[in-house]
Design a protein around this ligand. Sequence first.
Ligand code: ZN
Length: 206
Amino acid sequence: MAFQLPDLPYDKSAFGEIISAETFDYHHGKHHKAYVDKTNGMLADAGLEGKSLVEVIKAAKDKGNKGLFNNSAQVWNHSFYWLCLSPTQQSPSGELAARIEDDFGSLDEMLAKFKDEAVGHFASGWAWLVLDGDSLKITSLHDADSPVAHGMKPLLTLDVWEHAYYLDYQNARPDYVETLLKKAINWEFVAQNLDGEGIGRADQKG
Ligand code: ZN
C-alpha cells in the first residue's frame, strides 16, 4: 500500500478563469503528486508504512523528520484545499454562519481578516480558518505546516504558495485570495468541518 494522489472533486476546467485548468494540471498533477511520491519514498525508512496520513504527519513531527513532515503535511494540506473549493458560488449558513457572526461580527469582517492574513503571510505557506478550542480563529502557518499537527481543527484553507496562483494571477496574491474567497469556497464543506469531518476526508491509509 502507498498513499495515492486523490482525484479532484470537480472537473479541472470547472472554475474557468478563477482557477485555470492549467493551474490544476501543475498544482494537482505535478506539485501535489510530487509530495505524494516523496512521502511514499520515505515511509519504509521511517518505519511508518500502513499508518494514516495524519498519523505519519504527527509521527514525523515527533521524530524531527523534517523531510517526511514537510512532504506528508503537503499531501494532506492539498487534499484538504481541493475540498475547500467549489465551482458553484455559496455562502455560509446555519451554525457556521452564526459562529462567524459571534466570533468576527460579520461574514465580511471574517473574510477581510482572512484576506489580510493570507496576503500578509510572508513567503510560502497556508492561511487557515480553524476551530481552536471553542472559537473560530484565523491564522497562517509557514511552508508545509498544518493545523492537524497542532491540535487545531481546520475549517478552511487557502494555499498561498506561489505555485497556487502564479499562472493565473502572476504575483498578485491579493487578487487570487479575494477572488477565491468571494467566488470559489465550498462553505458546505467548511460547515461539515465544525465536527472534524474534513480532517478525515483529506486523510487516507498509507
Ligand atoms: Zn500548493
